[in-house]
Structure formats: structure tokens, C-alpha cells
Design a protein. Structure first.
Length: 232
């Protein structure tokens, strides 16, 4: 979870706070340059605050690096050009911070290629960051379903998926895909992840039959055998 500036100030030592103050001031100053980049009016390749972005872990601690980098991106009002450059040229940690911040930037759906790239990797840190609020707001239904399956394949907890319940609710196609995945796991003698049961419960929420006592039936349970008749 990203920390606020107030939370960071409470945790950082004096030297780290001073560095962060300078870095954010520099990012705010460079916001005008970012505006020029967005309009295509400047050939300027890389604003100075991006060097601060890469150095965040060294100056503020790796445990605070995501939050510091996110603050820099927001303060600089980072353009698509900047976030793409930082993602493509960055380490996995630097890429993760970009993904975690996309929903806080004024980019519309233009940064979806970064999310799609992260979802093609098997780096669970990137997959978990990629299925956050930005993906929930901008991925179409087909891509979002595959993002959920990617989490199940890579064992990323589905708690990382933003808006999971609302987007999965009543999604018959997602339920079908999950049924197929569960069948493949069962046929291979492998357990069905509990997270799959959770998502399938959401996907069947509008149509699932109720069990005893009016409670929803187990969405992954096999259909009950028909009751024997007198003739049998």
C-alpha cells in the first residue's frame, strides 16, 4: 500500500526527508516541462526528476521506494512519455511504482500498454501491481478476465484485483473460464485454489442457486445426484 507524504515524514530520518523535499520541489518545477512534452512542443528527452525516481530506494529506503516514486510521479504530473520511459528503462521495482500510480495520473486509457506488458510477465510483483485501480477502470471485459486468470495462474492473491466483486459479479463468461480452469486442475490432480472459488462465487452471484437454509450453494461443488424414485 502506498504511504502518504505525512506517513513518510513520520518514518524518514532528517537526511531522507530533506532529500524528499528537494526531489518533490524539483518534480513540481519540472511539471511545466512535462506539460510541454505532452503538447509535443519540446524535444527535451528526460526531466531531471526522473533521476530522483531511480534513486528513491537508495535515499529513502527500499520499503518506502514505491511511495516516494509515486509522489514524484504525481507531483510532476507525469506524462505518458515519462511513465513509459520510466517503465521501459526501469528495474522491476521502478516498473511496479509506475503501475501502482497510473490511476493517480491524468492519462485516461493511454497507459494500458504498460498494464498489458506487466500481465504478460511472470513477475508476481508486476502482475499484482497491474491489476489495481487503473486496470479496473480501463481494461475491457476480455482483457480483465484474463488478468484475473493470470493472478490465479501465478498465485497472486485476488485481493490485489481492484473492483473484483463489482466487475466479476454475474459475469457468465468469466464463470465459464473459471470452470474450465478448475476442471483442468482437477484432471491434473492438483487442488483448486480457494481464490478461484472466491471469484467464481462473485461471477455466479446473480444466478447461483441457494443451498440449505437459503444460503448460496458452493459455486464449485458438483451438482447433487438426483434423488431416487420409488421405481428405482
Amino acid at each position: 500500500m502506498l504511504k502518504s507524504r505525512k506517513e513518510l515524514d513520520a518514518e524518514l530520518g532528517g537526511a531522507a526527508r530533506a532529500w524528499l523535499d528537494e526531489a518533490l520541489a524539483e518534480a513540481a518545477h519540472d511539471a511545466a516541462t512535462e506539460a510541454a512534452l505532452r503538447s509535443g512542443a519540446s524535444p527535451y528527452a528526460s526531466p531531471p526528476w526522473e533521476l530522483r525516481y531511480a534513486a528513491a530506494g537508495r535515499h529513502c529506503g527500499q520499503e518506502n521506494a514505491d511511495s516516494v516514486r509515486s509522489l514524484l510521479l504525481v507531483e510532476a504530473r507525469a506524462s505518458l512519455l515519462s511513465v513509459t520511459r520510466l517503465y521501459e528503462q526501469g528495474t522491476a521495482a521502478e516498473r511496479r511504482a509506475v503501475l501502482l500510480t497510473l490511476h493517480l495520473l491524468d492519462l485516461g486509457g493511454t497507459a494500458l500498454p504498460l498494464v498489458e506488458d506487466a500481465l504478460r510477465t511472470n513477475d508476481t510483483r508486476l502482475v499484482a501491481a497491474a491489476v489495481g485501480p487503473y486496470a479496473a477502470d480501463h481494461l475491457d471485459a476480455h482483457a480483465w478476465r484474463h488478468a484475473v486468470l493470470k493472478c490465479l495462474f501465478t498465485e497472486v492473491p485476488v485481493t490485489a484485483v481492484a473492483q473484483l466483486q463489482s466487475r466479476a459479479r454475474g459475469d457468465a463468461e468469466l464463470a465459464r473460464m473459471l470452470d474450465d480452469f478448475a476442471a483442468e486442475r482437477t484432471a491434473a490432480g492438483r487442488p483448486v485454489p480457494e481464490d478461484l472459488r472466491t471469484v467464481l462465487g462473485h461471477a455466479r452471484a446473480l444466478t447461483a442457486p441457494t443451498g440449505e437454509g437459503g444460503h448460496p450453494a458452493d459455486p464449485t461443488a458438483a451438482p447433487a445426484a438426483p434423488a431416487p424414485t420409488e421405481e428405482s
